[in-house]
Ligand binder design. Structure first.
Ligand SMILES: [Zn+2]
Length: 291
């Protein structure tokens, strides 16, 4: 393992149905536009009781300094959406504040929150692909797709997504759960890990479960997926059957792994996480098949 297991997402970042992504904008933002303004991973928020709201485009004129970048995102409910990035030295008016995106869950409108996760990934990608990774020449936007292109050697860079898999292993009436040293005390969850180059999702599942617990699995079934913008993951969740082996937790990575029966489960992840949805879904399936 060269990379730590991905964290278990607790926030839905799936773009709403009324969102239509686009690259080529129709012009300057106006009073109707939605502006997602970032300073690194923090979003600019207009303080408004009791929740939080995005600043209007007119409010951006009140910020000290000019944006480092502006990206068109498409439309949400017919309103044009833009992502901006400002520098750390930007002076804010009193009624505006930078807030970490995670802390805004439940405060910001759900569809805006979901789109902010996408905006954050585009801004992060744009910032880190200003120069060609092959020859070092400054890159430029491609007009008709979300990509940056090198004018010297024609290398094209697209936004990155790092796929990760999650696997709930079943054995008769039990499920396999594990805890890593960073988890809250008593909390157990589903095994997860990043997909490596050259690996299918099924191979990744088998490798992660074997590496982390020493168990072999069979018959993996897709359950659901969830985008996760910290910084650019896509979690793909599966259920699989136990096929052999004794639990041997990987040192450093897994503090403990156990088979749990449905009536004696430990503390589980938050209900809106994909890990918890996977556990709940499999439990419902097992209870239904109990007869
Ligand atoms: Zn180049």
């Amino acid at each position: 393992m060269t990379r730590a297991a991905p964290s278990f997402g607790v926030m839905p970042f799936t773009a709403p149905e009324s969102y239509f992504g686009a690259v080529k904008d129709a012009g300057e933002p106006d009073a109707e536009s939605l502006c997602f303004v970032f300073q690194r991973t923090s979003l600019l928020i207009a303080r408004s009781a009791p929740g939080a709201s995005l600043p209007g485009h007119g409010d951006l004129a009140l910020l000290g300094g000019k944006p480092l970048r502006r990206l068109y995102l498409g439309t949400l409910g017919g309103r044009a959406c833009y992502a901006f990035e400002y520098g750390a030295d930007t002076e804010l008016p009193q009624d505006m504040v930078w807030q970490g995106l995670r802390a805004l869950y439940g405060k910001l409108d759900e569809s805006l929150f979901a789109l902010a996760g996408r905006a954050l990934q585009f801004v992060d990608w744009d910032r880190t692909h200003q120069f060609c990774g092959s020859c070092g020449t400054p890159t430029r936007h491609r007009e008709h797709e979300r990509a940056r292109e090198c004018p010297a050697c024609a290398l094209i860079a697209y936004p990155r997504i790092a796929p990760a898999v999650m696997c709930l292993v079943r054995r008769a009436r039990e499920i396999l759960l594990a805890r890593s040293p960073q988890f809250a005390p008593g909390l157990y969850s589903v095994l997860a890990g990043f997909v490596e180059p050259g690996e299918s999702l099924e191979q990744c599942l088998a490798r992660e479960v074997l590496e982390e617990t020493g168990l072999r699995i069979a018959n993996p079934r897709y359950f659901a997926s969830q985008p996760w913008p910290f910084p650019h993951s896509l979690m793909i969740a599966f259920v699989a059957d136990y096929a052999g082996g004794e639990i041997t937790p990987a040192p450093d990575e897994i503090q403990d792994a156990q088979w749990f029966s449905l009536d004696a489960l430990p503390k589980l992840p938050n209900r809106i996480s994909i890990a918890r949805r996977l556990i709940d879904g499999v439990m419902a399936e097992m209870l239904a098949s109990q007869g």
